[in-house]
Ligand binder design. Structure first.
Ligand SMILES: *[C@@H]1O[C@H](CO)[C@@H](O)[C@H](O)[C@H]1NC(C)=O
Ligand SMILES: *[C@@H]1O[C@H](CO)[C@@H](O)[C@H](O)[C@H]1NC(C)=O
Ligand SMILES: *[C@@H]1O[C@H](CO)[C@@H](O)[C@H](O)[C@H]1NC(C)=O
Ligand SMILES: *[C@@H]1O[C@H](CO)[C@@H](O)[C@H](O)[C@H]1NC(C)=O
Ligand SMILES: *[C@@H]1O[C@H](CO)[C@@H](O)[C@H](O)[C@H]1NC(C)=O
Ligand SMILES: *[C@@H]1O[C@H](CO)[C@@H](O)[C@H](O)[C@H]1NC(C)=O
Ligand SMILES: *[C@@H]1O[C@H](CO)[C@@H](O)[C@H](O)[C@H]1NC(C)=O
Ligand SMILES: *[C@@H]1O[C@H](CO)[C@@H](O)[C@H](O)[C@H]1NC(C)=O
Ligand SMILES: *[C@@H]1O[C@H](CO)[C@@H](O)[C@H](O)[C@H]1NC(C)=O
Ligand SMILES: *[C@@H]1O[C@H](CO)[C@@H](O)[C@H](O)[C@H]1NC(C)=O
Length: 503
């Protein structure tokens, strides 16, 4: 498809990150996460920040929140944005919606994450968007190069520091805006959704609730089977079309067969209109696999990319061979006006940053089992750790997330401890398999849609939205309203009480 025909929505959310796990023959990429597919952010120059509505601020943030060594007190400028348009004002106790920027610059969030602006008026809410450290303009050590230079400088790049950053900024905002009693709802998608849910558990005094969209907090250790992600992708294609699924399944051996023939790579290059001649068959295989994966993760209405691909594949005339069908699938999604495979790419901040994050604490073990439409590539933690060590000089800590935030037996643990978290998912999103899909208690709830995709609920509402999506968002708003009502009741009831009560 043509670039300008891509819907803006594709930009918003995601988790697909390309961290490289080395496998025997080639690399398997761990799908990135974020509300917005990467190609969208690079293809468009977004009308980034609407400066009439959204003001930019910087907070003097400390480098290291967790110890008292002199270098920890070094500071950097952390960016956050505020939209005052809908707010009830200082001293009004009107709510604050805080969006947690995750693994990308914050610039696109005010436009992209429409859930906040769509609902701000009915809550009289202040909208705050906070950039994650090491992304965008919120970099330490003076520049990105310095910040990412080596393990000593990049070592402050982790989720616990990020949550503490958010906490400091929220405290600062509440204080400076005379919003002491304003209830804060934290909102995030994908990795940002994980951060939102963890923030609610770690900082209950700063956020009264969290909306965690498409947050696979259970895709750590072995809580979720490693094959889950690609099995879900495969199910999406089978549901779209059984013949499409079968064609893709058969295509890999066909590509390898042709690649092994004399001049085979030249043939493949011509058939797939590559930007330059393929050096290895995996360049094509990786491209196809990631295209199928992104289409499934961001399978958004009204276009439904999976259906577009399958429409192309199934639409080829009966006598066509497998490769023609596969190419027709790609053209149906991406158009044929320019070459796609093997093209020049800019490595984005998200790719670079997320690679470190997945090589340190966000070790999401995704492998490809033997029941998918892809060639099997099991996840091998030993090899993965070796690759990370080689690249960064330090080893990943694959068990740290579950040690620090939990995850095992989550129902048992959270049933009586936590409250006020919405885990929203679209079950066609392959990351949903690592999400919380059952209600845990009265106020830790799972709101999912059968046909939804990654972070879909956070996107701007549109009159063409299907009814189930409208319903999902309505449900979420209703739940958040209930939390806030309850909070005001508690605030009221406790207001005139002495600070310390003795019996
Ligand atoms: C809010 O309260 C503070 C302190 O009581 C006061 O200085 C400020 O002017 C008030 N702001 C508004 C908009 O009422
Ligand atoms: C990382 O870079 C900093 C700044 O250039 C330097 O002082 C430090 O020794 C380096 N650390 C390592 C582990 O190479
Ligand atoms: C393919 O190989 C040629 C020659 O070795 C090299 O110049 C080119 O960069 C390679 N292309 C890719 C995509 O690796
Ligand atoms: C691209 O698509 C157009 C319209 O579908 C078609 O006419 C043209 O032959 C295609 N070009 C290539 C190189 O496949
Ligand atoms: C890469 O970034 C440069 C500078 O922003 C831009 O001119 C170029 O078009 C980009 N290339 C691609 C393939 O996106
Ligand atoms: C698929 O994998 C499962 C578990 O890893 C194994 O038991 C089974 O034999 C495999 N099937 C095939 C056809 O390889
Ligand atoms: C995993 O990788 C390690 C190190 O590369 C290798 O020794 C081991 O055989 C691999 N395990 C499996 C099951 O392939
Ligand atoms: C969880 O509870 C909410 C009501 O609070 C309900 O709307 C939702 O459908 C429930 N989710 C599941 C997965 O049963
Ligand atoms: C989901 O989409 C399928 C078609 O792809 C449709 O048959 C089904 O009714 C939809 N389910 C819901 C709950 O909307
Ligand atoms: C609603 O979606 C349609 C189809 O994707 C799009 O063309 C239109 O611009 C969207 N409208 C708004 C207000 O975003």
């Amino acid at each position: 498809m043509k670039h300008h025909s891509l819907s803006f929505k594709w930009l918003l959310l995601i988790f697909l990150t390309h961290s490289t796990l080395l496998t025997a023959t080639h690399s398997l990429t761990i799908p990135r996460m974020s509300p917005i597919p990467e190609w969208e952010t690079t293809l468009h120059n977004h009308p980034a920040i609407n400066t009439e509505e959204v003001k930019t601020f910087y907070f003097k943030q400390v480098l290291d929140h967790f110890n008292y060594r002199p270098e920890s007190y070094t500071t950097f400028q952390q960016r956050y944005l505020i939209n005052f348009k809908y707010w009830g004002g200082a001293n009004s106790s009107a709510p604050i919606f805080a969006y947690f920027g995750a693994e990308s610059p914050i610039d696109n969030s005010p436009n992209g994450v429409g859930f906040l602006t769509d609902n701000a008026a009915s809550f009289n809410a202040l909208l705050v968007y906070i950039e994650h450290r090491y992304y965008g303009k919120s970099v330490q050590f003076g520049s990105r190069e310095e910040a990412l230079k080596n393990a000593s400088t990049i070592g402050y790049f982790n989720s616990a520091q990020a949550l503490a950053d958010y906490a400091s900024i929220l405290k600062h905002v509440k204080k400076t805006l005379h919003a002491k009693n304003s209830p804060v709802i934290v909102i995030g998608g994908s990795y940002g959704g994980m951060l939102a849910s963890w923030f609610r558990l770690k900082y209950p005094h700063l956020a009264i609730g969290a909306l965690a969209s498409s947050a696979p907090i259970l895709y750590f250790d072995k809580i979720t089977p490693q094959n889950g992600y690609y099995s879900t992708v495969t199910r999406d294609y089978r549901e779209a079309s059984e013949t499409c699924y079968e064609t893709v399944l058969k295509s890999w051996s066909e590509i390898r067969r042709i690649a092994s023939q004399p001049n085979g790579l030249v043939t493949l290059s011509q058939r797939f209109n590559t930007c330059h001649t393929l050096n290895q068959s995996y360049e094509l295989i990786d491209y196809l696999r990631s295209t199928y994966v992104y289409a499934a993760q961001y399978n958004q209405p009204p276009r439904y990319p999976v259906s577009m691909i399958c429409g192309g594949i199934d639409g080829e005339s009966l006598g066509s061979d497998i490769l023609s069908k596969i190419y027709a699938g790609i053209v149906a999604l991406r158009g044929n006006s320019t070459c796609k495979v093997n093209g020049p790419t800019n490595v984005s901040e998200t790719t670079v940053g997320w690679r470190w994050q997945t090589c340190s604490e966000m070790v999401i073990p995704i492998g490809i089992g033997n029941d998918t439409m892809f060639e099997p590539i099991p996840f091998n933690l030993t090899r993965y750790a070796e690759g990370c060590k080689e690249q960064y000089g330090v080893s990943p800590r694959p068990h740290w997330v579950t040690t620090y935030y939990g995850g095992h037996n989550i129902k048992l643990v959270l049933r009586r401890l936590g409250s006020n978290i919405i885990f929203s998912n679209g079950l066609r999103d392959p990351y949903s398999i690592g999400g919380v899909l059952d209600n845990i208690s009265d106020s830790i709830v799972a709101v999912h849609t059968v046909n939804g995709s990654h972070c879909l609920d956070l996107l701007r509402a549109n009159q063409s939205d299907p009814g189930w999506l409208v319903e999902q968002r309505k449900k979420e708003v209703k739940i958040i309203k209930r939390w806030i009502t309850q909070y005001y009741a508690d605030l009221d009831a406790l207001k005139d009480k002495p600070k310390f009560q003795s019996k």
